[in-house]
Design a protein around this ligand. Structure first.
Ligand code: PMP
Length: 351
């Protein structure tokens, strides 16, 4: 606390990012990074950047990257926005599109950054409870609504909504923006990008931090009607007009271009997730059905907090949230086959 803090700084409760250990050799299954390196073509694209490219400011419009994403999804470049990680893109959407007279709705169990941005920007919000099975019930999102944001698949549950349900949500709420946060979509859910031409109130947000193995580069994107994209661009150009450096733009473009590598490595993670889920169930865990690159699991006899700290002592880090309804669960990122084997053998000993 400092006497120089503004009222705003005094009032906010910031988001707590997952631990990024600096020195220890740990099996890191706590922040849902991809377990394999990015495509070799990404590394090549970074190596090809020369000094001349670095001494100048980058393209403020990230045109090449946006065109590549547009053609990947069969959209126009005016329908694509990019930013410094999807966290930045989400923050701009909160400030530029979701701050309205009526409250913003999002699930009670969801990405814990949402209430932080809502508080930062003074947005009134209501958290809509997931049902008994930890699923989003789209019928609960209607009435006096200023905006909706839902991750698909949801985090930290990993449970996905079908595209038809997202379409119902859009039809029920034509007068507010519906944001679908698709951070984990490539691991088993269907992208709502296919609905963008039909619904002018839909904004789909994705990240290159998970399925494209670029968490360290910080690139996220939004897709939607050109007017929504223009709204985000107005915020960006009132905040930081060069959010993506040259290296980030080149790396992200190459990642979208290498479709084969993307498809094959995601398939590996999905296959590892199946084995990990079965093995955890065999140990007595209840594992929610995951469409993401993590599993959410609880053991009827062993408190999650204790399991997390015992695993930590053995060099394996997983994520535990001390929040109501989910404090008995562990969120475990799907690592490489080898990392998952280490996790399972340490867990077997602890149990
Ligand atoms: N949305 C969800 C649901 C997430 O879990 C994360 C990762 N913490 C993000 C967005 C942000 O990812 P990034 O800023 O790395 O793109």
């Amino acid at each position: 606390m400092s006497r120089f803090w503004s009222d705003k700084v005094r009032a906010i409760t910031p988001y707590t990012p997952g631990e990024q250990p600096r020195h220890e050799r740990l099996v890191k299954l706590n922040t849902n990074e991809f377990p394999y390196p990015p495509s070799p073509k990404v590394l090549e694209a970074i190596r090809e950047v020369d000094g001349d490219a670095l001494l100048r400011y980058p393209d403020p419009e990230s045109l090449q990257l946006r065109s590549t994403i547009a053609s990947y999804y069969g959209l126009e470049v005016e329908q694509i926005f990019v930013g410094n990680g999807s966290d930045e893109v989400l923050a701009h959407a909160f400030q530029g599109l979701l701050k309205q007279a009526s409250p913003l709705l999002f699930p009670d169990i969801s990405y814990s950054f949402y209430p932080v941005w809502a508080d930062l920007y003074g947005i009134e919000y209501q958290q809509v409870p997931l049902d008994q099975a930890f699923c989003v019930s789209v019928a609960d999102y209607r009435g006096d609504v200023g905006g909706i944001i839902i991750p698909n698949p949801n985090a930290p549950t990993g449970i996905a909504l079908a595209l038809a349900e997202i379409e119902t949500l859009l039809q029920n709420n034509p007068d507010c923006v519906v944001v679908i946060d698709e951070a984990y979509v490539d691991f088993g859910a269907e992208s709502a990008a296919a609905l963008i031409r039909t619904y002018d109130n839909l904004l789909v947000i994705q990240t290159l931090s998970k399925s494209r193995a670029l968490a360290g580069v910080r690139v996220g994107c939004a897709m939607g009607h050109p007017d929504l994209i223009e709204g985000l661009t107005r915020i960006k150009n009132s905040f930081n007009s060069y959010p993506l450096g040259v290296l980030a733009q080149r790396a992200a473009t190459a990642a979208f271009e290498d479709k084969d590598y993307f498809r094959d490595t995601c398939a590996r993670v999905i296959s590892t997730r199946g084995g990990l889920s079965s093995a955890l169930r065999a140990m007595g865990f209840e594992v929610l059905p995951s469409s993401a690159n993590f599993v959410f699991a609880r053991h009827p006899k062993h408190p999650a907090e204790t399991l997390a700290s015992e695993l930590r002592a053995r060099g394996v880090i997983v994520r535990h949230f001390g929040q109501a309804r989910i404090s008995e669960f562990l969120r475990i990122s799907v690592g490489s086959e080898e990392q998952c084997e280490i996790l399972l053998s340490e867990l077997a000993e602890i149990l």
